[in-house]
Design a protein around this ligand. Structure first.
Ligand SMILES: [Zn+2]
Ligand SMILES: [Zn+2]
Length: 174
């Protein structure tokens, strides 16, 4: 969806938009949205810059980092951006350096691409580590068994090396 910024002359512009399920693909193919995506935005013009504050609510499908089962996480993220016109980027280069600590986005010909902003913000809101549950036991590194479901034999051998001497001894007597 493109937002026409010519609407934004004096007053703030508030926008609410709902992306129905399966209408927004993230850049990163590993992640897909598990629900619709609710976006609300407020835009305020400051000469050519536009202050944008927004909120995104959606759910993302992920894999547990340890056991690789499918999980869903809720994203409810607030963000602030400064939107700059892409056409006179050279003028604003200096500005960017000065305000490096802030987040930027760019618009072209008075049109702001909401999809791109929303995709980027969802991507940024996905945590670095995701577990199906806090104490997920993960997969056995040797046989691949999901240790949340049942223990495998290799794990018990690894856990206590003191037993291996006994196992060797048993083998001798067989
Ligand atoms: Zn897990
Ligand atoms: Zn195993």
């Amino acid at each position: 969806m493109l937002i026409d910024l010519t609407q934004l002359e004096k007053d703030d512009l508030s926008i609410k938009h709902l992306y129905p399920e399966n209408t927004l693909d993230l850049e990163d193919k590993e992640h897909t949205l598990a629900s619709s995506c609710n976006v609300s935005l407020t835009l305020r013009r400051r000469k050519t810059d536009i202050d944008l504050s927004g909120k995104i609510e959606t759910e993302v499908n992920l894999l547990c980092d340890r056991c690789l089962t499918d999980i869903k996480i809720v994203i409810a993220n607030k963000f602030n951006l400064i939107c700059l016109p892409e056409n006179n980027l050279n003028q604003t280069d200096e500005l960017i350096l000065e305000r490096r600590e802030l987040d930027f986005c760019f618009y072209q010909n008075d049109k702001l691409n909401l999809d791109d902003i929303v995709k980027e913000q969802i991507q940024l809101a996905i945590p670095m580590s995701n577990l199906c549950k806090e104490n997920c036991l993960g997969l056995c590194s040797q046989c691949g068994q999901d240790l949340n479901q049942k223990k495998c034999d290799c794990s018990s051998k690894d856990i206590d090396p003191r037993w291996s001497a006994l196992t060797d001894l048993k083998k001798k007597f067989k």
